[in-house]
Design a protein around this ligand. Structure first.
Ligand SMILES: [Mg+2]
Length: 190
């Protein structure tokens, strides 16, 4: 299967951005709470981490509102591959974040203006609200780390979800999955 770049869209957190690294770092440095990546076995972290709900909420608020200030980092190789894809056509990002502005600034900084300016960025504010946008934009493939989102997408004719493998989705789905951005690159450029 070779995927045309123009038909592929991306979730941001847990795919393009290493949101877990930032979550774990902030928990350790600012709240003295040690979390291991393997402990995050559920997308709803409240359900799998023994942490006060207020602390989780505060960290998520910082991840959403101030990604540059807290040094949210790109997933390994994501920016190199995305810049390569941006040469073929505009990139499409669809995030469940409620506000596109902070993550737009983050994307522009890390991708560079040349790749980011033509890109489409949609913030749905709703984890289950991506399908309509994916259809409207004419995408046939979408990469997301939330397997429940991928289940919804798989129910739509013409949309093939690809799960970005993470501890919270492993063994929970039967969709195609990728482990690295090198694999994503292979899907489009081999
Ligand atoms: Mg995600």
């Amino acid at each position: 299967m070779r995927i045309p770049c123009s038909q592929l869209g991306f979730d941001i957190d847990g795919v393009v951005a290493d949101t877990t690294e930032a979550f774990i770092r902030l928990a350790r440095e600012d709240y003295s709470i040690n979390v291991l990546l393997e402990e995050i076995t559920d997308f709803t972290v409240e359900d799998c981490l023994p942490m006060p709900g207020e602390v989780i909420a505060e960290i998520f608020e910082r991840l959403l509102l101030t990604p540059l200030e807290i040094d949210l980092r790109p997933t390994q190789d994501s920016m190199v591959v995305l810049r390569e894809m941006a040469k073929v056509g505009p990139l499409t990002f669809i995030t469940a974040r409620p506000d596109p502005k902070p993550i737009a600034a983050w994307l522009e900084k890390h991708l560079g203006s040349e790749s980011f300016s033509p890109a489409r960025l949609i913030a749905t504010g709703d984890h289950d609200g991506k399908t309509a946008h994916i259809k409207r934009l004419g995408l046939n493939y979408f990469i997301d780390d939330r397997h429940l989102t991928c289940n919804l997408l798989a129910a739509e004719p013409g949309i093939i979800p690809i799960v970005y493998s993470q501890p919270w989705n492993r063994g929970r789905h039967t969709h195609r999955s990728v482990e690295t951005w090198a694999e994503i690159r292979e899907l489009c450029f081999r």
